[in-house]
Design a protein around this ligand. Structure first.
Ligand SMILES: *Cc1c(COP(=O)(O)O)cnc(C)c1O
Length: 241
């Protein structure tokens, strides 16, 4: 536990330093604690230490933790965390995730938008979503091609229970974090271009958020404009199964 609180402090310091280099305020950066490598106990400890946003990439693995923390929150033992679904999402799993995970970071196709929208409408909620873009072009990465983005956003307008709030990407793993910079910069430029188009069309549908940066490269992502960083290993650690 004390180990965890030290890690949290260390990461906060690194965030502050990156913000200083970039001339940003640290309030602009929100941290999602990615708990996919750790137990329910560790997840609970993280929430008790004040981490309010949790990320998971598979419902099957997240379910036990989600349910345990839901019980603790119901009993008033912890503040209810805000869950972020950050992994690729099968269309038939949308009904499991919508309503439990406040944010979805992996919206990358219309069939998924339709499934999310349907479930959200049934629950009477609006789901804030990040559109995942495959900036690096790696085959292994999910996400839209950058040149599909503008059309995709226009098509999303038909789904009234989805609110696109930003873009998400994963950079390739690089031994030198600096090499991820062009990927993060490109995502920021895509967001800005999207907003210029919206403004030119007198649309109020601007997207502000950038979900980018992981343990290996979050400082570079902050320097390039990240507003949400997704941290697993460096923040929460990795436990053996
Ligand atoms: C696992 C994961 C993370 C966190 O990974 P770390 O490198 O451990 O920080 C972030 N984003 C996504 C989409 C992930 O799947």
């Amino acid at each position: 536990m004390s180990h965890l609180s030290e890690r949290i402090k260390e990461v906060e310091l690194r965030i502050e330093q990156a913000c200083r280099r970039a001339g940003r305020s640290k309030e602009e950066i929100k941290v999602i604690a990615v708990t996919k490598y750790v137990s329910t106990e560790t997840t609970l400890a993280a929430v008790k230490l004040g981490l309010a946003h949790l990320g998971e990439n598979r419902w099957q693995n997240a379910r036990g933790k989600w349910e345990a923390l839901d019980r603790e929150a119901e009993q008033g033992i912890i503040y209810r965390p805000t869950w972020h679904y950050i992994g690729s999402l099968q269309t038939n799993k949308a009904k499991d995730v919508v309503g439990k995970f406040t944010y979805i970071h992996s919206l990358d196709r219309l069939s998924l938008a339709q499934a999310i929208d349907k479930q959200a409408a049934q629950l009477g909620i609006i789901v804030p979503c990040f559109i995942q873009v495959n900036v690096s072009g790696e085959d292994s990465k999910h996400g839209l091609e950058p040149d599909q983005l503008f059309t995709f956003v226009e098509e999303l307008a038909q789904f009234s229970s989805i609110k696109p709030i930003g873009l998400m990407t994963m950079a390739p793993y690089e031994a030198e974090a600096e090499e991820t910079r062009p990927v993060f910069r490109a995502l920021r430029e895509l967001r800005d271009a999207l907003n210029e188009r919206a403004q030119a069309a007198n649309s109020i549908n601007t997207v502000t958020e950038l979900s980018m940066g992981m343990s290996n490269d979050f400082e570079v992502a902050i320097e390039e404009g990240a507003t949400w960083i997704r941290l697993g290993t460096v923040l929460i650690g990795k436990e053996e199964e």
